[in-house]
Design a binder for this molecule. Structure first.
Ligand code: DAH
Length: 365
């Protein structure tokens, strides 16, 4: 062979090129027919790497290119068959690469279309609006009414001492009223308040007389939950202390309140009752907002619904906060929000209010 180019050596060289390509192509070969299972970024980087591999093996600086340059130097009688050999290898590489490229290209373009597809005919997603809890809705209505009557809104602590929950409210140790309001105690002797009446004491200590305030808030009792009881519930406390306050003011205020809440046709009545912190004490009822007093399911056939307790502030309570009962008198009241909400929203179980099921809660606006 002229100029020392041996056919055998050349053939070995072609084989080497072929092997090297095969080895590198191994990881692409499985995508000859399908690119399923790849992600779009994976397919894109495979595509890039395949292009680089092709350049490495068939580009201008590749070994294959070097081999091709030698064709002309092969002995004329062997030139044709050597040329064929090289061409065949080149064609094999090209078709293998193209096959994989075609699969990847198809895969990438359909994945891109999928990614960019926006169905403009789909209805927009409605922004979910939050809403207030039914107890909050009722509390705000009540607050609005009392604020318009000149009352301040007091918000106070839920963890109390015995003094504020009982003693200052004329419920000394051993008094039976303590037993009916058993509550939860912390290990260091604090109690979760069992009534919002505690706020009467805080408010009078802080502001003295005269004052008018309501105090809506959470209270706690050791009650077993059932359809009408929860160990945690809401009350609204009210207190008005001034010179010359009488039971007429109490009755007028609470009547005005139920008129504004339920309508001017609502009637009210007092029943004598007992609370340690009021004297005299009463329970106040209002005529049923549903049937107008005829008797229905809402008022359990009686025509009346109980609002809550009330009365004239006991002189001992005023003395406990250093207000002179000779100069000042006052009335107080307290009622529960949960049962009132249950009646207004026709719930047959007040536990529903605190199960936090949105499907239930979002019905009230
Ligand atoms: N604190 C009482 C209770 O939880 C309710 C109450 C009754 C409050 C009469 C008052 C009142 O302010 O005057 O049962």
């Amino acid at each position: 062979m002229p100029e020392g180019v041996k056919y055998e050596d050349l053939k070995n060289q072609v084989d080497r090129v072929s092997k090297a390509f095969e080895q590198e192509f191994g990881r692409f070969a499985r995508f000859r027919t399908s690119a399923d299972g790849l992600s779009l970024p994976e397919a894109e980087s495979l595509m890039r790497e395949l292009g680089e591999a092709r350049t490495r093996h068939t580009g201008k600086k590749s070994e294959l290119a070097a081999v091709k340059k030698l064709i002309g130097r092969v002995a004329p009688e062997e030139r044709a068959s050597f040329g064929q050999l090289v061409q065949q290898l080149e064609a094999e590489i090209a078709s293998a690469v193209e096959e994989v490229e075609a699969t990847l290209r198809d895969f990438i373009s359909s994945a891109q279309i999928e990614r960019e597809r926006i169905d403009v005919t789909l209805p927009g997603r409605r922004v979910r609006r939050g809403h207030l809890h039914p107890i909050t809705l009722l509390r705000e209505r009540i607050e609005d009414i009392f604020v318009s009557l000149g009352y301040a809104i007091e918000d106070d602590r839920e963890i109390e001492t015995d003094y504020y929950n009982f003693d200052a409210l004329n419920i000394p140790e051993g008094h039976p009223a303590r037993a009916s309001q058993d509550t939860f105690y912390t290990t260091d002797g604090f109690a979760l308040r069992s009534q919002t009446s505690t706020v009467q004491i805080h408010a009078m200590e802080r502001r003295t007389a005269p004052l008018r305030m309501i105090a809506p808030g959470r209270v706690f009792r050791r009650d077993t939950p059932d359809a009408t009881h929860n160990p945690m519930f809401f009350q609204v406390e009210g207190l008005c202390v001034d010179r010359g306050i009488t039971m007429a003011h109490l009755k007028g205020t609470l009547s005005e309140f139920v008129h504004r809440l339920f309508g001017p046709e609502i009637r009210t009545r007092f029943r004598p009752s007992y609370f340690p912190f009021t004297e005299p004490s009463a329970e106040m009822d209002y005529s049923c907002f549903k049937c107008g007093g005829a008797g229905c399911r809402t008022c359990k056939g009686s025509g009346w619904i109980e609002l809550g307790g009330c009365g004239m502030v006991h002189p001992n309570v005023l003395r406990a906060v250093k207000i002179d009962p000779e100069e000042f008198s006052g009335f107080a009241f307290g009622f529960g929000l949960d049962r009132m909400a249950a009646l207004m929203y026709k719930l047959d179980d007040i536990r529903l209010l605190f199960e936090n099921d949105v499907r239930f809660l979002e019905q009230f606006n």
